[in-house]
Design a binder for this molecule. Structure first.
Ligand SMILES: [Zn+2]
Length: 148
């Protein structure tokens, strides 16, 4: 079993109920999270990933975490290093055009917080961008190999 397999992904949303079929958005967000996160390194074994499906829930979470609901700043993820949990704004993952953010960046950024155990936004984002570049190069190389 890989280290990654022991990490958990929980889905939280207004229309998500235990024992019921999750809404299509929730399924799409988790699939996207899984496929994108597999491109970046993860050394933690017990990290808890929580995908927040809809933005109503996300705003509620932000308020709970102490963010000013009137701030013009947009947040796409929040990592709590001490409690080993990361919240991901699922709605932003599947709506890159609305937020002008690619899912790779949202996910790599939070994974870099986890990987580096750092709250230094500059350091974390540099790491995220390095991973994204490497992943894109690898993808391009695979496509080139396929052509031959
Ligand atoms: Zn950050």
């Amino acid at each position: 079993m890989s280290a990654r397999a022991q990490n958990t992904i929980t889905v939280v949303g207004t229309f998500v109920q235990a024992g019921k079929t999750p809404p299509a958005d929730a399924v799409a967000e988790v699939k996207l999270f899984q496929s994108v996160s597999s491109k970046f390194p993860m050394k933690e074994k017990t990290w808890k990933w929580v995908v927040i499906v809809d933005d109503t829930m996300w705003q509620q979470l932000m308020i709970k975490l102490g963010f000013d609901p009137n701030t013009p700043l947009q947040y796409y993820g929040q990592t709590d290093i001490d409690h080993q949990v990361t919240f991901i704004r699922g709605w932003a993952l599947i709506h890159p055009e609305l937020f002008n953010q690619v899912p790779e960046h949202i996910i790599a950024h939070e994974m870099a917080h986890v990987f580096l155990h750092s709250r230094d936004e500059k350091l974390v984002d540099d790491q995220a961008l390095t991973w994204i570049k490497a992943a894109r190069k690898e993808k391009a190389a695979v496509q080139m190999a396929g052509v031959r």
